[in-house]
Ligand binder design. Structure first.
Ligand code: GRF
Length: 200
């Protein structure tokens, strides 16, 4: 299965997926909307094709999404993985990749969609927080959940300490979700994901 990974920054989730060396998966390209995304350097050093589709060059969201889709589709991927990709995508884009577009969000959805999830979790006083891998649908940070990981919120946590605890789990569950997809084990049933048996 061929995979295109989209990043906007650090790219540590992309790195975790690349390092997982998932059997049957080939990372065809890493694409960023920001030319300075650190993740691009790691990908290039691994011999992975990289590309930049700079959102600043496209005043219209639709034109950016069209250019982005063209860059992705040049690699004819079976799966597109959003890994810290910080642009909201148009409905047309999301529909085009329906059933083969994954995202990771740093909260236990449906709690805390959107930005600053760790700060908001601390403000809300929740004792459990975490991360969610989900298929992308038109609604932001919605869509069928593939896997979640929970972490405790500890007394004395700062935004940074909580983020680090969640990120360690992200690096575990995102490669896991990609592995399941590549193995053909994920079936979407309405808003739920069914994980099929290994043998099936
Ligand atoms: C991750 O916490 C991800 O869940 C969020 O942004 C962060 C990206 O980190 N959407 P990285 O670029 O994968 O290191």
């Amino acid at each position: 299965k061929s995979i295109v990974i989209l990043v906007s920054g650090r790219g540590s989730n992309m790195e975790a997926i690349v390092r997982a060396a998932i059997p049957g998966a080939r990372i065809a390209a890493v694409i960023s909307n920001r030319p300075d995304a650190a993740g691009l350097q790691f990908a290039a050093a691994q011999g992975i094709a990289t590309a930049v589709v700079d959102h600043q060059a496209y005043p219209e969201r639709a034109a950016f999404d069209t250019a982005l889709a063209a860059a992705i589709d040049a690699h004819a991927p079976d799966l597109v993985v959003l890994a810290g990709f910080m642009r909201v995508l148009t409905d047309a884009f999301v529909r085009h990749y329906e059933g083969r577009l994954l995202n990771i969000h740093p909260s236990l959805l449906p709690a805390f969609p959107g930005l600053h999830t760790h700060r908001r979790a601390l403000q809300a006083g929740v004792r459990v927080h975490g991360a969610t891998v989900h298929f992308v649908t038109a609604e932001l940070d919605c869509g069928p959940v593939v896997v979640q990981a929970a972490v405790p919120v500890l007394d004395g946590d700062s935004e940074d300490s909580l983020a680090a605890r969640v990120l360690a789990e992200e690096h575990r569950i995102y490669p896991q979700a990609v592995r399941w997809f590549v193995d053909g084990r994920l079936r979407i049933d309405g808003n739920r994901v069914i994980l099929r048996d290994e043998a099936a």
